[in-house]
Design a protein around this ligand. Structure first.
Ligand code: ATP
Ligand code: MG
Length: 723
């Protein structure tokens, strides 16, 4: 073997050692940006080209489908030939493939279908009804969560022994559900993994076949595998196979979803003669970014421990911007991106990262306003999300009873006993009489042309809408939306669901209330009611095309979905106590450490420039919060951090500390204004309150006027009016 072989020529010694190692089990344990994924790609190419393994005998596992297709592309590029018959994918994707190939062995029909999460819930709901259980006491979501959780632990219903009557009922729902899936040939996501596991465990000839076939198994992002996924790898590796895992315990961020970082240690115990290779040189980030990220993660107690260095430039310091509120934060970010673009850089090299999905709305609005194309990675835009569309549909009915699409969407969401048969009759009547659904429903209720129970349900819906409309007539848009998500039962419906998706939906609904509260009419909208103007605004935003794959666009994503990726310019937003780390994680040391790892993941995505932003005041569900800057910021060495000052260069009063501004905020509140509030000045026009200093009649207030820019005014002379 020669060091100048093209597959290893551009690598450092450790990477080269990993890529060109003799057959054997291997653990590559290394920090972010040290080339783990790159080593995997080169290792696969090496095995094929130098060791003459057929692509057919290699199995590679990645964390996302996108990562899988990128990895395949890079291997093909290195080899200059296709590796179509190499198995590469996510655990779910590979399980699906196994089941397709062995449907008979696992008792599935050839045309079995995958049941997505929504369909799964609907099926469970139907079963609960048919079992004569009260669906209020036994919400389908809860049963779904129970069933999937058990499957993830590898448990079938008959494995569960319980004397708890509640759990006995859940168990019987699990049984009925599984029977029904089996009869219909349906496989849910958790079932994919479980059934593939059972196939390998129970069927010796199939297991041995794959053990013979996959001579090399390689797993990226191993720190985030769960129990059943690890059990899979165990079953696939017999005496003649070699397993290579690469990972970073400091980047384990899915513990809350059952991932077990302990699997790394387990791997060392379970496999003989594992070669461990540690990569320590980082090729991604500047020296400064790396030093900042290393200092943060050093505060975690439970680490396998490793050092990362770079021989690249120090680069610029990490920037920290203290925004007054979330709108100021978004505006600052957009300004920085504009500068970046004006310097001739691409938008797709910029990532905006946030802790939770709901934070995207304000950022999206600022980007739209600046006409800057953006793409949400792994998700929908705010106004396209299911729960937001549900809530908007209620608002639309309040604005216009004849909005059939909106009525269809929510007449039975949440369920209120209006079934499809009833709806069909309403649809038919509407068609015959050329009426809207609402009119038809009203007529059918008063003419008693619907049968008893259905009629009551429809009448109750009509009454609900009319009452809501009457009682909220005088409400502001913010209060109206709050009332709508509560009284419609939407909020409760999503709150009753379990799991990450449901939590996100609740947060999004609350964020919708914020959007309504902060909504201002444009000049040309003054003729419209605020509700109509808002609905138009939401429809237009949702209607804007998401930037397509080839268009140069800013990338928005949660910190979780940024794993494994890299960008020249990264903004980490909302770096505040209570947001990041999240409120729920702050009292549990284990969860706090996971948040810190998430922070490490976020910071190490940045190649050239990292900007952290936080808002001193943030509106969450209509309530103002005054968060302190995140503890993670305090963990960054001062000499790597540059605090961006206000452009006005006005000194903040000494009582006004960015680490605790609650006291001075109280003084400010006595002035009657709020940060972020819209005000009107007789001469300068409309603007937003940005800052304040001093107390009582001496206090001064800084306003960013839409027309004339930022100005400081003495509050008692300013003649400001709220608007
Ligand atoms: P993460 O932990 O974030 O997944 P990683 O360890 O998988 O990171 P890679 O994504 O493989 O790291 O590599 C980070 C960057 O460094 C990539 O742009 C990669 O091309 C580059 N890189 C890795 N090794 C080298 C090398 N020897 N020479 C030049 N560039 C390298
Ligand atoms: Mg990687």
């Amino acid at each position: 073997m020669s060091d100048s072989h093209p597959l290893i020529a551009g690598l450092n010694d450790k990477q080269r050692q990993a890529v060109s190692a003799e057959d054997g089990h291997m653990l590559v344990l290394a920090g972010a940006g040290s080339g783990k994924t790159r080593v995997l790609v080169h290792r696969i190419a090496w095995l094929i080209q130098q060791c003459h393994y057929s692509p057919f005998s290699i199995l590679a596992v990645t964390f996302t489908n996108k990562a899988a297709s990128e990895m395949r592309g890079r291997v093909e590029q290195l080899l200059g030939s296709s590796v179509r018959n190499m198995w590469i994918g996510t655990f779910h994707g590979l399980a699906h493939r196994l089941l397709r190939a062995h449907y008979m062995d696992v008792g599935l029909p050839q045309n079995f279908q995958i049941l997505d999460s929504d369909d799964q819930q609907r099926l469970i709901k139907r079963l609960i009804k048919s079992m004569n259980l009260d669906d209020k006491r036994w919400p389908a979501k809860q049963a779904q969560w129970y069933i999937n959780g058990k499957k993830d632990e590898g448990l079938r219903a008959h494995h569960i022994e319980t004397y708890d009557p509640n759990e006995q009922t859940l168990k019987s729902i699990y049984e009925a559900y599984q029977e029904s899936c089996d009869r219909a040939g349906l496989v849910d996501f958790a079932e994919l993994l479980l059934r593939a596991h059972e196939l390998l465990r129970n069927n010796t000839s199939v297991r041995e076949h794959y053990q013979r076939r996959f001579r090399h198994i390689l797993v990226d992002e191993f720190q985030d595998t769960n129990s059943i996924q690890y059990a899979w790898i165990r079953l696939l590796s017999g005496a003649q196979n070699y397993v290579t895992i690469v990972g970073d315990d400091d980047q384990s961020i899915y513990g809350w979803r059952g991932a077990r970082v302990e699997n790394i240690q387990q791997f060392m115990d379970d496999y003989p003669a594992v070669t461990t290779i540690r990569l320590e040189q980082n090729y991604r980030s500047t020296g400064t970014i790396l030093r900042a990220a290393n200092a943060v993660i050093a505060n975690n107690a439970e680490r396998l421990g490793k050092d990362l260095w770079t021989d690249g430039n120090d680069g610029e310091p990490v920037s920290l911007y203290a925004a007054f509120n979330e709108m100021d934060e978004a505006r600052y970010i957009v300004g920085r991106i504009e500068e970046w673009r004006d310097q001739g850089n691409a938008l797709q090299d910029v990532a905006l990262l946030y802790r939770s999905n709901a934070q995207s709305r304000v950022l999206e609005e600022a980007l739209l306003h600046a006409r800057m194309p953006y793409r949400i990675y792994g998700g929908l835009r705010f106004f396209e999300r299911q729960e937001i569309k549900d809530a908007l549909a209620y608002l639309r009915i309040l604005a216009n009873r004849d909005d059939d699409a909106a009525l269809e969407r929510v007449i039975n969401t949440p369920t209120r006993g209006i079934g499809n048969r009833t709806l069909d009759m309403v649809r038919q009547t509407a068609r015959e009489n050329q009426q809207s659904l609402w009119q038809a429903a009203n007529a059918m209720v008063s003419q008693k042309s619907l049968a008893g129970r259905a009629r009551n349900a429809v009448a109750a819906f009509i009454e609900f809408v009319e009452n809501l409309d009457n009682e909220t007539e005088e409400f502001t848009l913010g209060r109206l939306s709050d009332e709508v998500i509560r009284r419609s039962g939407l909020l409760a419906m999503y709150e009753a669901e379990k799991g990450e998706k449901a939590e996100t939906r609740v947060e999004n609904l609350k964020e919708l209330v914020n959007a309504c509260q902060n909504f201002n009419l444009d000049e040309n909208e003054e003729q419209m009611s605020p509700l109509n103007a808002f609905l138009a605004h939401a429809a237009l935003e949702a209607g804007e095309e998401q930037a397509d794959e080839y268009q140069d666009a800013v990338q928005l994503m949660t910190l979780h979905s940024a794993k494994g990726l890299e960008f020249p310019l990264v903004f980490m937003t909302g770096v505040e106590e209570g947001v990041f780390p999240s409120q729920q994680s702050m009292d549990e040391p284990g969860r706090l450490e996971e948040e810190r790892r998430l922070c490490y993941v976020g910071m190490t995505r940045a190649m050239q420039k990292l900007v952290l932003t936080y808002a001193e005041q943030r509106r969450i569900y209509g309530q103002e919060f005054f968060h302190k800057v995140s503890r993670f910021v305090a963990e960054i060495p001062a000499d790597t951090l540059h605090e961006v000052r206000l452009q006005t260069q006005v000194q903040k009063p000494s009582s006004y500390s960015r680490f605790n501004n609650a006291a001075s905020h109280e003084a400010f509140e006595q002035t009657g204004y709020q940060l972020g509030q819209r005000v009107r000045h007789p001469k300068f026009g409309d603007g937003t309150v940005l800052n304040y200093e001093g107390t009582g009649p001496q206090s001064r207030i800084q306003i960013n006027f839409d027309q004339v820019g930022s100005k400081w005014l003495v509050v008692s002379y300013a003649r400001l009016e709220p608007c």
